[in-house]
Design a protein around this ligand. Sequence first.
Ligand code: FAD
Length: 437
Amino acid sequence: MPDYSIDVLVIGAGAAGLLAARDLARIGRRVAILEARARIGGRIHTFLEDGFTGPTEAGAEFIHGDAPLTRALLREAGAAWHSTAGRNYEVYAGQVRESVEFLADMPALLQQLHALPQDMPLADFLTCYFPGDEHATLRLQASQFAEGYNLADAARASAFALRDEWAGGGAEDSPRPTGGYRQLVELLRDQATAAGAVLYLDTPVRQLTWESGQVAAVSPTGQLFRARQALITVPVGVLQASAGTVGALSFQPELPELRAAARQLGFGAVIKVLLEFAPDFHRAAQPPLTQHLPELGFAFSDAPVPTWWSQLPDARPLLTGWLGGPAATYHQHTPDEDLLQLALESLAYVLGSTVAALREQLVAYCVVNWAADPWARGAYSYATVEAAAARQTLLTPVENTLFFAGEGVYEGPSTGTVEAALVSGQDAARRILQIGK
Ligand SMILES: Cc1cc2nc3c(=O)[nH]c(=O)nc-3n(C[C@H](O)[C@H](O)[C@H](O)COP(=O)(O)OP(=O)(O)OC[C@H]3O[C@@H](n4cnc5c(N)ncnc54)[C@H](O)[C@@H]3O)c2cc1C
């Protein structure tokens, strides 16, 4: 029997991997965390540089719903959170009006969803239960909400899962961690390494060789890692990637059933465009800028980059553009400069301004195209009608040797969130400990 110096190889240093590594190390397991990027956090990425004047979220930004584990860890990290503020607007066909709710017909939609006897894709549900011209707006808005917020393809998304999530009202009351989400993953990294876990950055795993009770991975520099078990926390997008694509992870021997299950999960794309403007942007009188939408909180529109938000109550002039779902997948290969131009055109339309005026005031920008990121290949998951069965397949340990975790395999109402990743990491550590050495 080979002498292993590692009990568990944790693949991925995002929220799920770091939490699992911490819990395993605290109980005495020898843990190595292999992370492809030069940084921890994965889809949590608060950055502080590149001309931006404060912490800026490239990935997760809000705390959706109760999120007890997220809030407990932020508290432990000494981080507070604060509610969003400002007024919300809708800009459709060039007409601006203040919007009260994210989705005006939500009560009618939820009532019908609760009466639905059997799960079906959202698109089928809308056609069946809200037919005809009189419901055209509801159908359009519900699909747009599912696509833009949940990143779901309405033709595949589970009506039951959306019902449970929308009933939770997570979108309505979503505070931000003050100072950014990075504090949470830095806390977990510090706790994991203090408990003895060893973190290897810049260490992508391209192939995991395994047999019952043994796993092995070789780093790009030729370092060999051998362990008894592996916990794989890479995003669903990486699991779905075909062999040979950049960022793909292969198993030796392959796991065709798990691969098929991963492809049954929904995984949506996001392009986030972060634009920081000159300090007096909100007050700029000529040409007219944000005073058109006083105290702008969120704006929803029919522009190519449809959703925008400010940092209020923080007056920092950072505006975030959000393009989610199938439209973001469509732009997966669009160059960043073109996406910036698209975003500026969209924002100019929303604010009743011009691209030239916006460019004049722009001091820093960042286009974050998550579908083009080889270590994410998308943003977060949504439940398809087949997702529950597919997740069960992925959650069943392979010969007590390979385990999967991460937001994509989380079971519960907080789909696609930091909370989902944390809960999944915690559960995975428990499963590994239950099985024993
Ligand atoms: C744009 C965006 C906005 C979001 N907004 C919110 C929000 O407001 N609120 C919220 O709660 N959630 C939000 N989320 C979702 C949240 O960020 C994720 O659900 C959560 O961070 C996922 O954590 P994870 O550990 O499961 O995966 P990840 O954070 O993706 O961690 C997986 C790790 O595996 C690494 N990896 C990948 N392939 C390999 C490999 N082959 N070898 C080694 N390492 C590898 C990756 O680099 C990564 O670090 C958002 C996500 C995105 C992208």
